[in-house]
Design a protein around this ligand. Structure first.
Ligand code: SF4
Length: 237
């Protein structure tokens, strides 16, 4: 990715920048939000993708070809998710970076016992998602997500640009105001890659042991950690 700007900003400067942009860009299009982010942060900006679809990665590649797209390989993904990651890497003008946890699943099983996801999903997510992402984002000042306000009540107040206090970085959610219909229309218009599981009853795709198909009338994230009283993995909470 071409370096656009090499400014070194303090965390207070980044926070002020995020808060101002959140106000200024509330009504901007996702593409304009991403153009602002790539112009402002240059190589210190990345997109994170769960490879549920490649909508935000596609938008970001239009804003800045070759943009970094960070994928977290927990070791528990569906084959379809890994296949989507590989397809994105092959056909889109982005730089896919795959992060992995410190331990393989087998090493984690040896230390914590098998199926930690069933016994302590918060710890499993901390080990396999939260920590690797925190480490992987170290080289960036700002990261983009595909969060949308309509996905669940916990995401209803997602700002298009905000301050991520946990990681002390600017967090950009360019499609926060979009609905599922907006996403579907963009996918059709631009022929964007999507995870095949979305055509098989899954509305939100995470790790295989913690994801099920959704039922009629359920919100998009109802199939994640169903019956375990958990709604977020800690990346966005
Ligand atoms: Fe572990 Fe499930 Fe979290 Fe994946 S989603 S890291 S399998 S608890």
């Amino acid at each position: 990715m071409t370096v656009v700007q090499e400014d070194v900003r303090s965390q207070e400067e980044l926070r002020a920048l995020a808060e101002q942009a959140g106000r200024d860009l509330e009504d901007a299009s996702p593409l304009d939000i991403l153009k602002w982010a790539t112009a402002t942060f240059g190589s210190r900006f990345c997109v994170t993708s769960s490879m549920e679809d490649a909508v935000v990665a596609h938008l970001a590649s239009r804003a800045h070809p070759g943009v970094d797209v960070v994928f977290l390989d927990t070791g528990y993904h569906f084959e379809e998710t890994i296949g989507t990651r590989d397809a994105v890497d092959a056909v889109m003008d982005v730089n896919v970076i795959t992060l992995t946890p410190r331990q393989t699943v087998a090493e984690q099983d040896a230390e914590y016992g098998p199926k930690l996801h069933d016994r302590d999903p918060d710890l499993c997510c901390a080990l396999r998602k939260v920590k690797p992402l925190e480490d992987g984002l170290g080289a960036y000042d700002a990261w983009a997500t595909g969060l949308r306000r309509d996905e669940s009540p916990t995401r209803a107040n997602t700002p298009v640009v905000g301050w991520d206090e946990k990681r002390r970085k600017v967090k950009v959610s360019p499609i926060a105001r979009w609905t599922q219909d907006d996403v579907d229309a963009y996918v059709v218009e631009h022929g964007v890659l999507t995870n095949p599981l979305l055509m098989d009853g899954y509305a939100s795709v995470g790790c295989a042991p913690c994801t099920r198909r959704v039922l009629e009338g359920e919100d998009a994230r109802a199939g994640r950690w169903a019956g375990r009283g958990k709604t977020e993995c800690g990346l966005h909470g």
